[in-house]
Design a protein around this ligand. Structure first.
Ligand code: ADP
Ligand code: MG
Length: 227
């Protein structure tokens, strides 16, 4: 998969040929220097941006050629996102923030009960009525994780989720994601500078200058025997 953007009279290739697969229930870290293309890659995988060539399959569905109207529904059903800056809606309570994706799509059960359950799971049942500005950074990120997982997505994509947190709170967030993966069977792809991620991830993909470094990708499947 590639992603280029026009720059002046030419184009700049940000992702220059990337291919990998994440297995269900995997915990994969995406590491690489600033400007290497991590956020661009996550945006393409999440369907927020389109590749210039190639395809992205999420849970078997090719999202690359899908019209925006259908893509929004697929994103809601299959993808949970966590951002460095939490990206909660400031006027809504923690409870309401977690309910948002549940009301936006078709999900079993009551959004209120599910949101409540998710807040309990991330240890914030007692903060359900608080708005984001009444919560610490670590607590806001816990709400964002509860929101991302509430829909039971095929994959949770996190872009520098510990980037705005101090070391201890960052560790706590990584512990939480690892614990939720165990408990809920979720799949995580986490872009980060945080070397602590390496301890929890089952696999680290290293991106440098828009390309995965050697050893990041699994070896290609053997060629089928000829006739
Ligand atoms: N919208 C854009 N227009 C032009 N260049 C961009 C745009 N978005 C990202 N880039 C460039 O693409 C490269 C990769 O950026 P990014 O994916 O944000 O890297 P990372 O998340 O690893 O820090 C950088 O050189 C950045 O300047
Ligand atoms: Mg980035």
């Amino acid at each position: 998969m590639t992603r280029s953007l026009p720059l002046g009279s030419g184009v700049v290739e940000i992702l220059r040929g990337i291919s990998f697969a994440v297995q269900r229930h995997e915990f994969v870290g995406l590491m690489g220097p600033s400007g290497s293309g991590k956020s661009t890659l996550l945006g393409v995988i999440a369907g927020l941006d389109r590749p210039s060539s190639g395809h992205v399959l999420v849970d078997g569905t090719d999202i690359t050629t899908m019209p925006e109207s259908r893509l929004a529904a697929v994103r809601n059903a299959k993808i949970g996102m966590v951002f460095q800056a939490y990206n909660l809606i400031p006027t809504l309570s923690a409870q309401e923030n977690v309910e948002v994706p549940l009301y936006a799509g078709q999900h079993p059960g009551s959004p209120a009960a599910r949101a409540r359950e998710m807040l309990e799971l991330v240890g914030l049942g007692h903060r359900a009525a608080h708005r984001p500005n009444q919560l610490s950074g670590g607590e806001q990120q816990r709400v964002a994780i509860a929101r991302a997982l509430a829909t039971n997505p095929a994959i949770v994509i996190a872009d520098e989720p510990t980037g705005n947190l101090d070391a201890q709170n960052g560790e706590n967030i990584l512990d939480l994601m690892a614990a939720l993966r165990e408990r809920m069977g979720s799949t995580f792809l986490i872009a980060t500078h945080d070397t602590h991620v390496a301890r929890r991830a089952q696999r680290i993909l290293t991106i440098v200058d828009g390309l995965l470094a050697d050893g990041s990708s699994p070896p290609p499947p053997p060629l089928a025997p000829g006739p």
